[in-house]
Design a protein around this ligand. Sequence first.
Ligand SMILES: Cc1ncc(COP(=O)(O)O)c(C=O)c1O
Length: 400
Amino acid sequence: MTDWQQLEAKYYMQVVARTPLTLVRGRGARVWDDKGREYLDFVGGWAVNSLGHCHPALTQAITEQARTLVHTSNQFYTIPQVKLAELLIQNSCLDRVFFCNSGTEANEGAVKLARRYGKLRLDGAYEVITAINSFHGRTLAMVAATGQAKFQEPFAPLSPGFTNVRYNDIAAIKSATTPQTCAVMLEPLQGEGGVNIPDEGYLAAVRDWCHQKGLLLILDEIQTGLGRTGTLFTYQQHGIEPDVMTLAKGMASGLPIGAILAKEKASVFAAGDHGSTFGGNPLACAAGYATLKFILENDLAAHVRTVGEHLARGLAELKQRFTFISDVRGKGLLAAMEFSSDIAAAVVAACLDGGLLVNKLKANALRFMPPLIISTSDVDEALGILGKALSGVSRQVEDE
Ligand SMILES: Cc1ncc(COP(=O)(O)O)c(C=O)c1O
């Protein structure tokens, strides 16, 4: 049998600490490895597989589009692109969209849009305020936007034009605002930075400040958007509307796609200002359209609220049982469990043995981001495996 992991070690850049598992097949919330073993998937492709694996609605849309037209270039109009654009605009507070291929690319585009806006409307202002512990992507500019030293230091000097301030602290944004500021860019709930939920009123206060100063408010809903936290977009839970919003991850349930959405007043790109070879191609857009249509027609956001509350109750019960769990938190189907010591890798390994895939968020924390279609019984099964894994790890910790 081919040792795929050994071949990967030989040929692939070693940038990810991978779980030693070669996945070959998936269906719903489950995946199978090359040895035929089944796993319940609470990693969900890092919050990408919204409809789970190989959902019939998605498979059918991709198959039909692959038989019809895969790619053309943006020199021409294509129908799936326009259909997806219309559906997104009809169901959000934004007026226009541009499609790209990933989250980081969507954020790059949003910052370009803000700089263009700054040039045209704010006397050339170009700085963007972002938050400490944010995550906006891996390109050079987005590394500067991402307020985490581990992503920045290896690539210094950083691209200019970003100021990282404390999250959940409106005073920090106010004091960082200068005549050069053109925008504030935030996640409405920090995903990769720790599943950090802001206090009620924070985002509304930021919205007010941006209005007052004429700054654009860019919300990065790449991880939180499209049903993940229990509403179609997380901004809806805060009674605010962003000027610009970025999406990616779960948008096409697994096909690469990203989007910049903007209010009319912020849609300041002129012909030639921005572009993409693959962005918005018919195949990705057909997958995006099928995904969004399914999410809307089946009110998956409401389902996420129900299943997410079930997950939250189960995680809280585990916290009661195991004193070394220092915190559990989350919204909808984006949740974290934090430990008082660095045992996350051991818990991930024990879950794997039990047939559950979870994500190590930090040395002392796990993240759960299963497909949006999981059932409460899937959640119960996952909690059972997690409970056993935690018991095993707690025995190991006591023995040491
Ligand atoms: C909030 C947020 N923004 C941006 C990104 C970057 O997206 P991508 O990996 O598709 O470039 C991520 C990825 O984790 C994210 O969570």
